[in-house]
Design a protein around this ligand. Structure first.
Ligand SMILES: Cc1ncc(COP(=O)(O)O)c(C=O)c1O
Length: 376
């Protein structure tokens, strides 16, 4: 999109062709079916749009964190299997049964709740059992799995269609002993389920990192989120050549003024001009997800420009070598000319994960899908 035609002060462009490309690339590398993780509004990229794209490109199932996110997918007409990772309330269990949304069975209490609601409705609730192999978040311990499966079948109304766990260290460090231990524990649970004739259809453990670099963690299906959205699967390796970047965050210059020497910029006057300086104001602030941290840069006319002074809620200021007209395109994430600011770069500057960076771009920043516009 060229800025002249952009109706927004700031916006995010999402390349759905790149999402489809990444989905096919990950499927090829993993050599296993895929559950695509589209939680948190697909990390802010738009859950229905991303879900349709990854399903068309070959993903078989979807996953979200909350039931409300599954409802959004169903309301968008998406009928593919959807797993809810997190807690569900009682009214949500009833709706999940009616909407055929798969729930996470993570405790004996949830088994009782699910069975009671399914039996009351005279229907089955489909679940994937969550086993905690070393994440300490949700799930029963490995030695409790068989008991939970048996209890579920005794209570009735529950179909245990899958079993899963989540890796804590796969993207942080190569061949980490914790990852090896988690794979061993998960395999052990599957062996004992198999021996008892209770193994569910879908066993899944691996995230983006496992899909790329951990064949032993792939089992029946990989469960992939950020790699599909063009984020690198490993902190410790550069961006893989097999993936394409998906997101571009842009804005237009609101104003550009020559401020006199000694002029304070923004709250606290942390920056004071040393000479007459061209200072451009951008309509982007921490309220949009542009962090209030030092060291930020943006791209203007293909060059890096430093953010000066504190980032405000809705605006920030940058120092430029010369004047630019209002409306000049600014890139906060993405390429412009020969320069690029990636989410990889922001991990270090903002001391956080790529998923956090993109999920935190506020919904007041419109998402646009240029590839959809091009294809009509
Ligand atoms: C349970 C679970 N599985 C899979 C994923 C996807 O992870 P990734 O984005 O590394 O592929 C997540 C995301 O955090 C998750 O919570």
């Amino acid at each position: 999109m060229d800025t002249k035609s952009s109706p927004f002060p700031t916006w995010v462009e999402i390349d759905l062709n790149a999402v489809a490309y990444n989905t096919r690339a990950v499927l090829k590398i993993a050599g296993a079916p895929m559950m695509a993780v589209v939680k948190s509004n697909a990390y802010g990229f738009g859950a229905p749009q991303i879900a349709r794209t990854v399903l068309d490109a070959g993903a078989g199932q979807l996953a979200v964190a909350r039931f409300g996110e599954a409802r959004v997918l169903r309301e968008a007409g998406i009928t593919a299997p959807v797993l809810v990772f997190g807690m569900v309330t009682q009214p949500e269990v009833d709706e999940a049964i009616a909407q055929e949304v798969t729930l996470t069975l993570h405790s004996f209490e949830t088994a009782k709740q699910f069975a009671q609601r399914a039996n009351a409705a005279g229907r089955q609730v489909r679940v994937h059992l969550k086993v905690d192999t070393g994440f300490g978040r949700l799930g029963v311990l490995p030695e409790e799995v068989i008991g939970l499966v048996r209890t579920s079948y005794e209570l009735g109304g529950i179909t245990v269609d899958g079993i899963y766990s989540h890796l804590a260290m796969a993207d942080e460090a190569p061949d980490h002993p914790v990852t090896r231990q988690q794979i061993e524990r998960f395999s052990g649970v599957l062996d004992s389920l198999q021996a008892a004739g209770l193994r569910p259809r879908w066993a899944h453990l691996g995230n983006s990192a496992a899909a790329f670099g951990l064949p032993a963690a792939r089992f029946d299906m990989v469960r992939v989120g950020t790699a599909l959205l063009g984020m690198k699967p490993f902190y410790f390796q550069p961006f893989p050549t097999e993936l394409q970047r998906v997101i571009r965050w842009k804005a237009q210059v609101a104003s550009c003024r020559l401020l006199p020497a000694g002029w304070g910029v923004s709250y606290g006057h942390e920056y004071i001009t040393v000479a007459p300086e061209w200072i451009a104001t951008l309509p982007v602030g921490y309220g949009d997800g542009f962090r209030r941290l030092p060291g930020n840069q943006v791209l203007i006319e293909g060059q890096r420009a430093p953010v000066v002074g504190r980032v405000c809620n809705d605006m920030c200021m940058v120092r430029l070598p010369h004047a630019v007209p209002a409306g000049t395109e600014v890139v906060l994430i993405g390429r412009q000319g020969g320069e690029e600011i990636t989410t990889d770069e922001l991990i270090d500057r903002w001391h956080t994960s790529q998923a956090d960076i993109v999920s935190s771009i506020n919904l007041r920043v419109p998402r646009v899908y240029p590839s959809m516009e091009r294809s009509g």
